[in-house]
Write a protein of this length. Structure first.
Ligand code: SF4
Length: 366
């Protein structure tokens, strides 16, 4: 038996011994060998909301959620799984949310912080009515930014419900401050008919108002934080043109974290689960070029052998997602078994209630 087989065996043995005391969640961008051991596979939103529901349902005895994903996802799972209602349901018992490698952060989530967004809001208050502005945090953000939204009448969104979240925000207020991903904000707003001339890009600490004049801000309905996902931002327009040249009948589908010029060139855009559904449900023989994280695209191609699935940006792996592997998963499970768990992600009680308010608003928007 080689080392990898041994690790698989050890992980399975730990899972069997821990039974329903353990729930392993795996994000679509995780390594295949890690996904094999997940009780549930999904995107960040599906996994976090499942964490919340399962630990009061099928996994009522759950004591530990091992989150194979990145830091903000584990934080969201902790907030939802240990909400006051869930705690009451379990007689006050907390569920530990753990990560095999707690260095797995999301670079995009780290591009905005409470202090920086508050600085932005304070500057904006000099030139516009900030009570007429809704802060919207993409779920790929830290718990503190979700708490910021909870405090300032804002809401979180996913890439799947961004449109309905923005519809709701604009039905209540005149402007939106969207962070940290500028591309999801811009792509969704354009789809809603908001022209790019009514958007401004905010850069923390840039001159004047985040690099904008007061007039530009006053004319903006959407103020976009200048964050981005390096994986989706890397995709080039020439790659879309090249795949179309090679396969004239191919349909191009991309994630809305891609820059606007990529989404314009694509036939469709959608969240990870929407891309999965779209391709899985398409007729045999269909040809797709997919613009998102490569581990997910490679898996899609293998799971749909009756279709052609081409990766628009081959080998475009998220480095943070890649940090979780069989070795650190196996070690973490052993620590859980021995009662000495580590890498516990616990959102500070000073922000968890406000972050929960923001997440609940998000969950209401389908
Ligand atoms: Fe963050 Fe992008 Fe990696 Fe997702 S793919 S975890 S958004 S860096």
């Amino acid at each position: 038996m080689n080392e990898e087989q041994l690790l698989h065996q050890e992980i399975e043995a730990s899972r069997n011994r821990l039974g329903k005391k353990l729930l392993i969640l795996g994000h679509h961008y995780q390594r295949d060998e890690v996904i094999l051991h997940a009780d549930l596979l999904g995107d960040s939103f599906q996994l976090s909301s499942a964490a919340s529901e399962l630990v009061t349902g099928n996994y009522l005895d759950c004591e530990s959620i091992v989150f194979c994903g990145v830091h903000f996802m584990a934080e969201t799972a902790d907030i939802l799984a240990n909400s006051p209602e869930n705690l009451q349901h379990r007689g006050g018992r907390r569920v530990n949310v753990l990560m095999p490698d707690d260095r797995a952060g999301c670079p995009m989530a780290d591009m905005a912080s409470w202090d920086a967004v508050l600085r932005c809001r304070n500057l904006l208050s000099q030139i516009i009515d900030v009570d007429d502005l809704v802060p919207v945090a993409y779920v790929n953000s830290s718990a503190e930014l979700k708490a910021f939204c909870g405090v300032y009448g804002g809401i979180a969104c996913t890439s799947g419900n961004a449109r309905s979240v923005l519809d709701r925000a604009f039905s209540q207020k005149r402007r939106v401050l969207f962070f940290p991903d500028q591309h999801l904000g811009r792509n969704t707003a354009v789809e809603m008919g908001i022209p790019e001339t009514a958007m401004s890009l905010w850069t923390d600490n840039a001159p004047e108002y985040g690099g904008n004049t007061a007039e530009t801000i006053r004319n903006s309905k959407m103020i976009l934080w200048d964050g981005f996902c390096c994986i989706h931002q890397r995709i080039q327009t020439e790659w879309v043109d090249a795949v179309r040249k090679e396969h004239p009948e191919i349909r191009v589908i991309v994630h809305p974290e891609c820059p606007r010029e990529i989404v314009i060139r694509a036939d469709e855009s959608g969240s990870t689960s929407q891309i999965l559904r779209r391709i899985t449900q398409s007729p045999p023989g269909t040809k797709w070029a997919v613009g998102t994280e490569s581990r997910f695209v490679e898996r899609l191609a293998r799971q749909n052998p009756d279709k052609t699935v081409v990766d628009l940006s081959p080998m475009n792996y998220c480095r943070s997602m890649s940090l979780t592997n069989l070795d650190n998963l196996s070690k973490l499970l052993r620590s859980v078994e021995s009662g000495t768990p580590y890498n516990i992600i616990s959102v500070d009680e000073s922000i968890a209630p406000d972050a929960l308010i923001c997440l609940r608003r998000m969950l209401q928007c389908r």
